[in-house]
Design a protein. Sequence first.
Lengths: 150, 186
Amino acid sequence: MAGHFKKTSKAKPDIPTAALPDIIFILLIFFMVTTVLRETTVQVRTVLPQAEALTKIDQKRLVTYVWIGPKKISATELGETGVQIDDALIEKLTDVRAIMYRKLVEQPKLIVSLKVDQTSEMGVLVDVQQELREAGTLRVNFSTKRDVGL
Amino acid sequence: MAGFLKKKEREEAFIPTASMADIAFLLLIFFLVTTTIDVDTGIGMVLPPKLEEDVIPPPIKERNVLKILVNEQGQVLLEDLPSAVSLVRAEVKAHVLNNGVDPRYAEATNKALVSIKTARETPYDAYIQVLDEVWMAYFEMWDAEARKLGYSNYKEYSIDVDNRNQDNAIREKIKAAISIAEPDAA
C-alpha cells in the first residue's frame, strides 16, 4: 500500500520548466543576432525637417544613406557643411559619382536616402543630386520626420 | 532506517533552474525594448535622368507649368507673385484640376506640371516645406478620387489595387509631375 502511494506521488503532474530557459535563450539569441546596431558614426549634424506627405521605405536593404550637414567638431562646435556616405566624409563631391555607381551595380534597385540638416543650403544638395544623376541613382528619398504639431 | 534513507533522497543537491527563465526573460525584454527597428520615412522623389548633350528637352507649354520659386530667405514666389507656403497646396490643386477653364492654369490634368526652383542659398527646410505642400496637394487629390470610387482614402485604394494586381488608375489619372529645375549654369 505504501509503495502504491509512493508511485502516485512520483507521477505528480507538473510542467517541466527545465527547457523553458532554453527556449527563452533561443529567442534572446535570435533578437541579439537580428538586431543591427548602428554601425556608422555620423560625423555631421542632421536635424531633419518635418513634413506631412510621408512615405515609408520598407525595404531597408535597398537604402543607402547620405548625410549632409554641418560637421561636428566638438560637442557644441559645428564646422562647415560636410557630406558623409557610409563611414567617411566625402572630400571631393565628384567622388560621390563613383561611390554611388558602385553601389548601384551591387543593388540595381538602390534608393538613396538623403538625410539633410534643415539648416543646410540647397547648393550642396543640388550638387549631390547632380552627382547622383551622373551615377544613375535616380530614386531618392528626402528623409523627414513626421510633423507632430499639426 | 527506511525513513532515514528517504530523507537523504529528498536532500539531493540540485541547482534551482526555475528562475533561469526569469533571468532570460529580463534579458529578452531588455533587448526588445532597446531594439529600435527604425523605419525611414521621407518624401520619395525620382530624379530626372542625366541630360544627354545633343538631346533637347521636349517643349512644354508655359501654361501647363506651375512655377514655384523659393529664394534665399525662404520666401515663395508662385507664378511670379509673392505668396505664402500655406497657399501652395490650394494653388497646385487649382492648377492640376483646372482642365482648361482658367487660362492661368493647366490645359489638362495629365499635362499639368509643377516646377520647384531654388537658389543655391535657399535653406533646405524652406524647400522641404514647399515640396511637402505640393505632395500634400497630390495626396489630397488622390484621396478625393479614391472617395469617389467608394474607398475611405487613397491608401486603402492602393492596397486594394495592389492585392488585385490591377493598374493604379488614380495615379494614372493624376500623375505627380513635380519637376526639380535644372540648376543654372554658372
